[in-house]
Design a protein around this ligand. Structure first.
Ligand SMILES: C[S@@+](CC[C@H](N)C(=O)[O-])C[C@H]1O[C@@H](n2cnc3c(N)ncnc32)[C@H](O)[C@@H]1O
Length: 315
């Protein structure tokens, strides 16, 4: 279904929502769906309206491009008419995100993959075995360049103690564990023994099995059972997205000063920046990204690596 979005800068977004809903109610089905939010359903399409502190976000949807233009036109005309005290700029664009968003151009992606240290035969075998055994779920595994990044970060930070949330078949855990010193420890948390059982032989083969303490169970329960003080030099979160804010809040106080937290999938395929996506995962990731950026306990940088990787260092 064709979609178009407009972000309209204004100090009075909620007022425009109310005006549009009450006026359009004479010509279409229009309703307020919450504070500062509403939906207008026309014969050939819909427009959802959302207020944020500084803008009005409009998302138009219709069955075909012609009808979409019709929805955009009627909403734009009315909004401009209501804006008697300011000049509004209403520029519609296609969806900013969704599955269509290309974070890194494919040619650059090929180039950078060809210019990273390639995965060794053990990591390659783990990737192939995972694909054969888990099919589409194998897409959850970190990519070779992200694995190499994790390994490099652990080595550079000199970490001795690490924690991982989201093990799957053990690729990222292997990258982290082998970058730790021989007496280092990785606490690896996952709910699935079916997937993590596949990891063990690869960890053994790499000689890092004795560094990894695998805990099966909901990670939040595992985290909350840990002592509360700082204990970890390195943490990696790559599990269920709706729990990211809770994982973050449990892990930060348990990081040593200078400890590094790596958060995976912070773009959620670009959906974090498209208000059309409002599921629990999207809202949780936005909440966490905002919290990290304004957390005075941490310094952070967000990188366009794969699906977005945030590095956050405890001050
Ligand atoms: C994206 S995969 C992790 C991929 C892994 N880092 C790798 O490199 O292969 C997400 C993992 O999170 C686990 N998971 C999902 N919900 C969880 C929860 N509540 N607690 C712990 N693990 C969970 C899943 O079982 C899955 O193995």
């Amino acid at each position: 279904m064709p979609l178009a979005t407009a972000h309209v800068a204004t100090d009075r977004p909620a007022r425009y929502v109310k005006q549009l809903i009450s006026h359009m109610g004479h010509k279409a089905t229009a309703e307020l769906t919450g504070a500062g939010r509403g939906t207008i359903t026309f014969r050939h399409g819909t427009c959802s309206l959302t207020s944020t502190p500084q803008e009005l976000v409009l998302i138009a949807a219709a069955a075909d491009p012609g009808s979409l233009t019709g929805v955009q036109d009627v909403v734009t005309r009315h909004l401009l008419r209501f804006a008697t005290q300011e000049e509004l700029h209403i520029g519609w664009t296609g969806p900013t995100a969704g599955d269509a968003l290309e974070i890194v151009a494919p040619a650059i992606d090929d180039y950078l993959l060809a210019h990273c240290t390639p995965p060794d035969p053990l990591l390659t075998e783990l990737a192939v075995t995972t694909r054969q055994a888990t099919g589409r779920a194998a897409g959850m595994q970190v990519s070779p360049d992200e694995g190499a990044l994790l390994e490099m970060l652990v080595r550079l930070s000199g970490a001795r103690t690490a924690i991982e949330i989201g093990v799957f078949t053990g690729y990222s855990a292997l990258c982290i564990a082998r970058a730790l010193p021989a007496d280092g420890r990785l606490l690896a948390c996952d709910v699935s023994s079916q997937w993590t059982d596949m990891a063990r032989p690869f960890w053994e083969c790499a000689g890092v099995d004795d560094r990894i303490d695998l805990r099966i169970g909901p990670a939040l329960r595992t985290l909350r059972a840990l002592p509360e003080g700082p204990a970890f030099d390195f943490a990696f979160i790559d599990a269920d997205k709706a729990n990211y804010p809770a994982y973050y809040e449990e892990i930060v106080p348990r990081l040593n000063p200078g400890g590094l937290l790596v958060l995976d999938n912070v773009f959620l395929g670009g959906r974090v920046l498209d208000p059309a996506f409002q599921e629990d995962d999207h809202q949780a990731m936005r909440r966490m990204n905002n919290a990290v950026a304004h957390d005075d306990r941490m310094d952070c940088v967000m990188l366009p690596v794969r699906d977005g990787v945030t590095l956050a260092r405890r001050r």
